[in-house]
Ligand binder design. Structure first.
Ligand code: NDP
Length: 284
């Protein structure tokens, strides 16, 4: 199958170029979009993610602050920090990097972030608005996947989209967003019986299982578009997705690589959401 690789790095660069212009417009009006990233503990992967996020902010001319808290921080202290950021006029977006240590209730922390600054789109108010199609901050990873499809010229309407994974941050919102774009959506998960039977019907297959290279070409219909959300390490400690790229690209018409597919889009959409948050404050 002649296929094309969806270049997430290049599409993310196009998205952030547009954000950069919006940041310049905002600055001309006296507002610098500001993002606060809160990191608890010293998880190496989280450290890399937050560094990428703050670096991208700087590149786009945005203000960013990284708040690093000790692994042992109490829930009350973290909630207090979030409250301070809610009341800080220089900050338009707040992101608390997940996962959090076990003494902290993630749901409570997410609910404490002002919905006006919820640029990750995880607050129950944002999730509810997304479900009913009201304007809100969309969760960055599935939002990024929508952009990848749009920029790659994939028309979603009427297509059968199969999502493997139903997490609150990727799978579930992914299906909702594709539904709003008029796809017919099927969710699969670890209790799905005969996964092949579903994935083989997919015109668009989104894989978010967290299982390295789990989905090979045998799961994929000839000509399908395959989006790999996974970020894992393989047996040689190399980054890899949830899709076995080599065999999948034999059958897919378009496919995202790992790295360089969905990952860069997640950060690009965070920048777009932060910019939007600043624009909304200016217009209110
Ligand atoms: P979770 O572990 O929260 O969810 C995984 C989902 O996959 C669950 O719904 C689970 O089902 C399902 N699943 C697991 N094993 C199987 C299986 N054998 N067959 C079918 N379904 C299965 O992961 P996340 O959604 O947070 O992340 C998914 C992947 O995406 C990870 O690799 C993560 O690193 C990556 N990721 C990448 C991002 C990016 O920016 N590119 C951002 C966020 C995540 P069940 O619900 O039944 O347990």
């Amino acid at each position: 199958m002649t296929n094309s690789i969806i270049d997430g790095k290049q599409i993310a660069a196009q998205v952030t170029e547009k954000v950069k212009k919006r940041v310049e417009d905002l600055k001309a009006k006296g507002v610098t979009p500001g993002l606060a990233v809160v990191l608890v503990g010293n998880n190496a992967a989280s450290q890399t993610y937050v560094n990428n996020k703050t670096k991208t902010c700087e590149k786009l001319g945005m203000y960013s602050v990284l708040i690093e808290l000790d692994e042992q921080v109490s829930e009350e202290e973290l909630l207090h920090k979030v409250e301070q950021l809610n009341n800080d006029d220089k900050i338009h977006g707040i992101l608390v990097q997940l996962p959090l240590p076990k003494q902290i209730d993630e749901d409570r922390v997410i609910a404490a972030i002002s919905p006006k600054k919820d640029v990750d789109g995880f607050h129950p108010e944002s999730v509810g608005k997304m479900m009913i199609g009201q304007q809100t901050f969309l969760p960055c990873t599935p939002f990024g996947v929508l952009k990848l499809l749009e920029y790659s010229g994939v028309d979603v309407a009427g297509k059968h989209a199969v999502i493997i994974g139903r997490s609150n941050i990727v799978g579930k919102p992914m299906g909702q967003l594709l539904l709003q774009k008029d796809a017919t959506v099927t969710y699969c998960h670890s209790r799905t019986k005969d996964l092949h039977a579903f994935t083989k019907q997919a015109d668009i297959l989104v894989v978010a299982t967290g299982r390295a290279k789990m989905i090979d070409g045998s799961y994929i219909k000839e000509g399908a578009v395959v989006i790999d959300v996974g970020i894992n390490r393989d047996e040689n400690n190399k980054l890899c997705g949830d899709v076995d790229f080599a065999s999948a690209q034999e059958v897919a018409s378009k496919i995202t690589p790992v790295p360089g597919g969905v990952g860069p889009m997640t950060i690009a959409m965070l920048m777009e959401n932060t910019c939007l948050a600043a624009e909304i404050t200016l217009n209110n």
